[in-house]
Design a protein around this ligand. Structure first.
Ligand code: FES
Ligand SMILES: [Fe+2]
Length: 344
């Protein structure tokens, strides 16, 4: 079977704020993982499968820094070592260990490395610093579980043309036809859309008067499936810095070949202490991603009957070019990882 995941890379495991002293089970790349924080607040990730009878450790309880299996009480520490065997003479066989995963916490996000831990380097995490910069940006974040291959969601996010049809609340009315651009720097792909002399859409209107402006939507993709969208409007013919920006992060982690964890966050650098506004923007995100994108992508996946898009020989339209480029970069990285053991 063809490998469909890049493994020696960083994925999003959880929002930092969603991880605490309650064990959290999540499947990443078809591997069950239990996540929790130790008493110091450091995040821990272990294989979520007890080596005794293979039940999920996440059904158990935390005892100090250790997790105790719900079935027969074995305890494991954050390094995967068994620390307590309450049975027989209480000896701890060497085989009583669980696998661990490297984690890094930055930008308000817990990142997980799904390959050889010795190769994990937190410096390789793409820049999402504005997501965690609460002194300058307010964040309205959410989580959506999507029953579709993660690359279909990447396709959706890099294809900015669908906004006009699928998202009435984010649509930009009037003006000239949008200009689309594709840019690639190294393995980073940009899908850029400009629309001049238009009124602000519903989101931008919260920060901008009704007057016409030049709007933009620039989606940045980094392998394997980490996206950042810069959306904004500025006075007609004026520099970007003078306008307003409402960027958003779109972070996709494959759960299985046909299911995906989707962490998203709308950010803004204006009215950052306005909590009612944060709630309004979060509702807009829920509407767009949960109620509009998710059903259509799930229908698409179900209707395709396969996770291999190329096998269906899809027609490519102009707005599909960035997604096609990103798919090519990812396929190259996966092939490289398979043949050489490293992807970059
Ligand atoms: S299955 Fe975990 S202790 Fe037996
Ligand atoms: Fe969308």
């Amino acid at each position: 079977m063809t490998e469909i995941y890049l493994r020696k890379t960083w994925y999003v495991a959880a929002w930092s704020g969603d991880l605490g002293r309650q064990p959290l089970r999540r499947v990443f790349l078809e591997e069950p993982v239990v996540l929790y924080r130790n008493q110091n607040g450091d995040p821990i990730a272990l294989q979520d499968r007890c080596p005794h009878r293979f039940v999920p450790l996440s059904l158990g309880t935390l005892c100090g820094d250790d997790i105790q299996c719900a079935y027969h009480g074995l305890r494991f520490d954050g390094s995967g070592r068994c620390t307590l065997n309450p049975h027989g003479d209480k000896t701890i066989p060497e085989a009583l260990r669980v696998g661990t995963y490297r984690l890094a916490e930055r930008h308000g996000i817990v990142w997980i490395w799904m390959g050889d831990a010795a190769l994990a380097d937190a410096a390789a995490i793409p820049d999402f610093s504005i997501v965690g910069d609460s002194s300058r940006y307010a964040a309205a974040g959410g989580y959506t579980h999507v029953k579709a291959n993660y690359q279909l969601i990447t396709d959706n996010l890099l294809d900015l043309s669908h906004v006009e049809f699928l998202h009435p609340g984010l649509r930009t009315e009037g003006g000239h036809a949008p200009r689309l651009e594709l840019k690639q720097e190294g393995d980073t792909v940009w899908s850029m859309r400009y629309r001049d002399n238009v009124p602000p859409n519903q989101l931008l209107k919260m920060f901008w008067s009704d007057r016409l402006g030049d709007s933009r939507a620039h989606m940045r993709w980094d392998p394997p499936s980490l996206l950042m969208l810069d959306v904004g409007i500025t006075g007609v013919g004026r520099p970007v810095e003078e306008g307003v920006a409402v960027p958003s992060a779109h972070l996709l982690t494959p759960e299985t070949a046909r299911t995906t964890h989707y962490h998203w966050a709308f950010l803004r650098n204006a009215r950052i202490h306005d909590e009612a506004l944060t709630a309004t923007i979060k509702a807009l995100g829920n509407q767009a991603f949960d109620k509009e994108d998710k059903p259509i992508i799930e229908w698409q996946q179900a209707n395709m009957g396969t996770t291999d898009l190329a096998a269906l020989h899809p027609v490519l339209l102009q707005p599909d070019a960035p997604a096609a480029r990103a798919r090519r970069v990812l396929a190259q990285r996966i092939a490289q990882e398979r043949t050489t053991g490293v992807s970059a």
